[in-house]
Design a protein around this ligand. Structure first.
Ligand SMILES: [Zn+2]
Ligand SMILES: [Zn+2]
Length: 72
């Protein structure tokens, strides 16, 4: 979980789409993972390859990322 305050937990950090439930947001985020550009939801850094983004999460944010962003 990002240590960001506020009630933005159900809002997509990439396109600001507002989800009604966590499950909905999770499904929504899958649409982004299918795009060519993978964007860090913490600092908006973009990578062509999802593996590069996963490494970025680990190195920059000390986050472990599993498929579909389900464990963030
Ligand atoms: Zn989105
Ligand atoms: Zn980042």
């Amino acid at each position: 979980m990002p240590t960001r305050p506020g009630n933005s937990a159900l809002e997509c950090e990439i396109c600001n789409h507002k989800a009604t439930t966590r499950a909905h947001l999770r499904e929504h985020l899958k649409t982004h993972s299918e795009e060519k550009t993978h964007v860090c939801h913490v600092c908006n850094a973009a990578y062509k390859h999802i593996s590069s983004l996963y490494r970025h999460y680990g190195q920059k944010h000390k986050l472990r990322v599993y498929s579909g962003f389900t464990c963030l």
